[in-house]
Design a protein around this ligand. Sequence first.
Ligand code: ADP
Length: 395
Amino acid sequence: MDDYALVLNAGSSSLKFCVFGRPPGESWHLEARGQIEGIGTAPRLSAKGANGESLAKQDVAVRDAHEALDALAAWLRSKYDRSRLLGVGHRVVHGGARFNGPTILNTEILHELQQLVPLAPLHQPYNLAAIEAVFDRLPGVPQVACFDTSFHRGQPEVAELIPLPRELRQQGLQRYGFHGISYEYIASVLPQGAPEIADGRVIVAHLGSGSSLCALKKRKSVDSTLGFTALDGLCMGTRPGALDPGVVLHLFQSLKLSATEVETLLYKKSGLLGISGISNDMRDLLGRSEPSARLAVDYFVYRAAKEIGSLSAALGGIDALVFTAGIGENSPEIRKRICESSAWLGIELDEAANAACHPKISTTGSKPSVWVIPTNEELMIARHTGSLLGLAKAA
Ligand code: ADP
C-alpha cells in the first residue's frame, strides 16, 4: 500500500480507526476500517478491508488509550510494513468557541482542549487521551483535530445565544452544536449528489445513537438542535434531548441526587432507553411489541418532526430534508413516520424509493424534496488531515 493517514475516533471503551491510502495524484480512499473494543474488559481488535473482507480478529492486551495505540500500531506495522504513516486525524467532540476549523495539534492546544472536558464528559477525555498517546508513542507523526462543533461557528448570534446574564455568557456559555463533521460532509457532497438543493435551505437529520438536526442555508449551518452540550434537542439513545431545566433543579433539590448521578441519568439512562426500559437501540425497539417500546419510538418521531418544524421556521421555509446516520440511512419506517408528521410542510414520500433507500425518496411533486445521503465522518477527517498537513489535495 501507499503511504497512509490514520483517522481515530476514541471512545470510553473503544478506539475506532480508519486507514486511508493516497495513490499518487489520487484522492484519499479507504483501505481498512476497524476498532479495538472492550478496552478495560475483554479487548479485541477487529478490522475489515474496503470491501468488507475481514483483515483481523484478535484478542489484544489493552488496558488504556496508550496500550490501545500500541496494539493498533503493532497491527498497522504488521499489515503495512513498507508504508509510512503520514499523519493522524482525530475526531474531537468539543472545540469550544476558539476552534472554528480543523487544527494541527501541539501540547498547548491539547491543554486548552482539556479545559473543555466538563462540556463533553463522555467523549472529550477519551478523544484527548488518544491524542496524548500518539504524542507519546509516535512522537514524529503530525496530528490534526477535527471538531464536531466547528462547522456550526458562524451561526447568527441569536442561534448561538443562551439567554443568561452576560458574565456567564462571557465564560463560554453559548450554544455550540455537534455532529458538525457529519454535517460538513453532507454539505460537501450536495453539489454533486443533489445539485438542485445544494444552494437552498436544507434540514439535515443526523439520526443515530446521538441525534440532531442542522439547518443549512447555502451549505452553511445557521442553526442546530444540539447546544451547549450534546444533551439538547432530539430524543437520543440514552440522552433525553431538550428538557425543562426545572427538572434538573428538581433532581438536585428535591430528590437530592448528586452531580454524578444526574450526569449518569442524563447521558446514559434516558432517551429511548429511559422511556422503553428495554433498549437504547432503535432497531431493537422497532422489533418489539411492548407498549413502552412503542412509546419510545413514538416520542423519537414526535420530537424529530417537531424540531423539523422549528428549524423550518428558523430558515423561513425549507427546500429539502436529508436523512443520514444509522437510523436515518437504514430505517425506512422512521423516515416514513417523520415525513408523515411533516406532511404539512408539503413533504410527500415516494414509498418505493423510501423502501429502497434511494438518494431521493420524495415524489416529483413534493416540495420540499427528501433525500437519504450516507454520511462519512472519517473521510471528512482524512480530507482535512491531508490538506492541513499538505499531504494531498482535498479528495
Ligand atoms: P453511532 O455512530 O452514534 O454509534 P449510528 O449512526 O451507527 O450511531 O446509529 C446507531 C443507531 O442506528 C442504532 O439505534 C441502531 O439501532 C440504528 N439502526 C441501524 N440500522 C438500523 C435499521 N436497519 N433500522 C432501524 N434502526 C437502525
